[in-house]
Write a protein that binds this ligand. Structure first.
Ligand code: CP3
Length: 349
């Protein structure tokens, strides 16, 4: 499906075209808050699950069987394509590197990704999902953004401030630029390969970009992102989504990025994010995942507040401002999806 009228509601909203209701999906919807996921994970470890197309496809479809979501997201991880780039990653449960990148030589040794050779199982999982998914539901392919991957590569694992990675950027600016460029080029190819395999939209997760100030963002990251999005744009007509987590102070600098949708975390009202971005673009978001722990009526009021904020946007895809917490009651997700569909009716076809 493409830009024509048989495009999914999700794709139409992403392009700012009329939709019969506000589409909804939930960041991290395939995962540990679902009992059926936890059951399956007792039999198979996380890495095996991501590398086995039938299992990855089954997990991707789990939330689609339970809820009336308008989009599914491929079960995989932002760290999955790093192995064929020469970077060994384990999960505990967050990513842990056996050999963090701490020298210019190590930064330059990271190889560019050739998706068809390095991660054929991801492309196969996409084809398997697309064959089984309802045709009116979209499938989102994704990758980690260059700076977020850089953070994990240099730090070697999760961190609250990624000080090792942020100091490496200043200590070794040339090697850092080379690594960021390799990551940007590789993730652009990876998103294109996922679109070609059948993903209806592609999303770049920049979980840690909010750690940078606008000057550092403009100097080191903006050129890499600009080039990566241009490469994706030139190779596919699928909508492109960018998620600059906690990126409020950077949104003004991000105005020129050639993406269809910007996903907004919950710390910024959608109308304000729209003004900072200069308007004219669809936004995704941005319910605080903690709202799913409120009483049903409070949850519905919080969802209504997001829908009210979205009035007047060029387009809106309802989602959480970040990933769903693993302690969330799945019945609350069902309530949220049904409520957004009910309230988000627009009267358009
Ligand atoms: O529904 C989905 O979104 C499933 C696909 C998905 C996963 N990770 C599965 C996963 C996606 C899109 C991601 C993205 C991801 N991974 C990001 C970007 C989004 C964000 O949350 O900011 C990041 C930073 C990672 C790195 C990562 N992988 C972390 C920090 C963790 C551990 C913490 C956690 O949330 O569980 C992982 C492991 C991981 N990735 C799990 C899942 C379902 C848990 C693994 C398990 O079953 O034990």
């Amino acid at each position: 499906m493409n830009g024509s009228d048989n495009a999914t509601i999700f794709e139409r909203a992403a392009r700012g075209r009329p939709v019969p209701h506000t589409p909804i999906w939930i960041m991290r919807q395939a995962g540990r808050y679902l009992p059926e996921y936890r059951k399956l994970r007792r039999e198979v470890d996380f890495i095996t699950a991501t590398r086995t197309p039938e299992i990855a496809a089954r997990i991707t479809l789990q939330p689609m069987e339970r809820f009336a979501m308008d989009a599914s997201i491929l079960f995989s991880d932002i760290m999955t394509p790093l192995d064929p780039m020469g970077v060994e990653v384990k999960f505990a449960p967050g990513p842990v590197l056996s050999h963090p990148v701490r020298t210019p030589e190590a930064a330059r040794a990271v190889r560019a990704l050739v998706p068809e050779e390095g991660v054929p199982f991801v492309l196969e999982a996409i084809r398997a999902v697309r064959a089984e998914l309802r045709p009116e539901a979209a499938l989102i392919g994704f990758a980690g953004a260059p700076f977020t991957l850089f953070c994990y590569l240099v730090e070697g694992g999760g961190s609250k401030d990624f000080m090792t990675a942020r100091s490496f950027l200043r200590r070794e600016p040339e090697a850092s630029r080379a690594l960021l460029h390799t990551l940007g080029r590789s993730m652009a190819r990876y998103l294109v390969a996922q679109a070609e395999a059948g993903a209806n939209a592609v999303m770049l997760f920049d979980s840690w970009i909010g750690l940078l100030g606008p000057d550092t963002y403009m100097r080191f990251i903006h050129p890499v992102l600009t080039r990566a999005f241009a490469a994706v744009r030139a190779a596919t007509d699928r909508p492109i989504i960018y998620f600059p987590n906690r990126g409020g102070p950077l949104l003004r600098s991000m105005r020129g990025l050639d993406v269809d949708v910007v996903a907004i975390d919950w710390t910024l009202p959608l109308s304000k994010a729209d003004r900072l971005l200069g308007g004219g673009r669809a936004l995704q978001g941005n319910l605080d995942p903690a709202e799913l722990f409120g009483r049903p009526d409070a949850l519905r009021r919080a969802a209504d507040a997001v829908l009210a904020e979205a009035e007047g946007l060029a387009g809106h895809i309802f989602s959480l401002g970040h990933g769903i917490d693993r302690r969330t009651d799945p019945d609350q997700v069902a309530r949220l999806v049904d409520h957004v569909h009910e309230r988000g009716r627009t009267g358009a076809d």
